[in-house]
Design a protein around this ligand. Structure first.
Ligand code: ZN
Ligand code: ZN
Length: 180
């Protein structure tokens, strides 16, 4: 891909993300490589591509901005293992690829210098691409919501608990619910 096209995608991702940083550059570089490899012209509208990411860093926004895999559509799964590893699945062909980032640059480089290197540096020094090591996550499930018997808030069925014969939400069931 020509440098100017890559930089246009970078500008768009930076608008979405809010700032320019080396982490975002990682996600942008990988998303652009994948997009080119599978011949994808536009961002995905639906769930045809599923991304499974093993980090919750800034890089994830590069994937969302460029590929259209988003948390809300259910085709972005964040399974945080502290690695810059991104696996993409294509529903139509069943093909899947795993990208692993391997270069984080030297500490002496500026943020801008690092981001530029991640966007434009030699592919082989920056990341590996191989077949996926895991299988395709199932399609985003849509569940019926049922009001909690205690607080009345509509709650998706699988998240309800039975307490004294009543269906209640996890908070009302006394489970400690952590966000994130
Ligand atoms: Zn960032
Ligand atoms: Zn409740």
């Amino acid at each position: 891909m020509e440098r100017n096209k890559r930089m246009a995608a970078w500008d768009e991702a930076a608008r979405f993300h809010g700032h320019r940083c080396p982490g975002l550059a990682i996600g942008v570089r990988i998303a652009l490589d994948y997009k080119e490899r599978i011949g994808l012209r536009e961002r995905t509208e639906d769930e045809e591509i599923v991304a499974l990411v093993e980090t919750d860093s800034c890089s994830v926004d590069g994937i969302q901005s460029i590929l259209g895999c988003t948390a809300g559509k259910g085709n972005l799964r964040i399974c945080c293992r502290g690695k810059h590893v991104f696996t993409f699945f294509q529903r139509s062909s069943g093909e899947s690829l795993r990208y692993s980032w391997k270069s984080f640059g030297s500490g002496e480089q500026s943020r801008e210098g690092k981001a530029d290197y991640f966007l434009n540096g030699p592919k082989d020094a920056l990341y590996n691409v191989e077949p996926a090591r895991c299988s395709l996550p199932s399609k985003a499930a849509i569940y019926v919501s049922v009001p909690c018997a205690l607080c009345g808030e509509p709650t998706a069925e699988p998240q309800l608990r039975v307490r004294e014969g009543q269906l209640v939400c996890r908070e009302c069931a006394g489970e400690v619910v952590h966000c994130g």
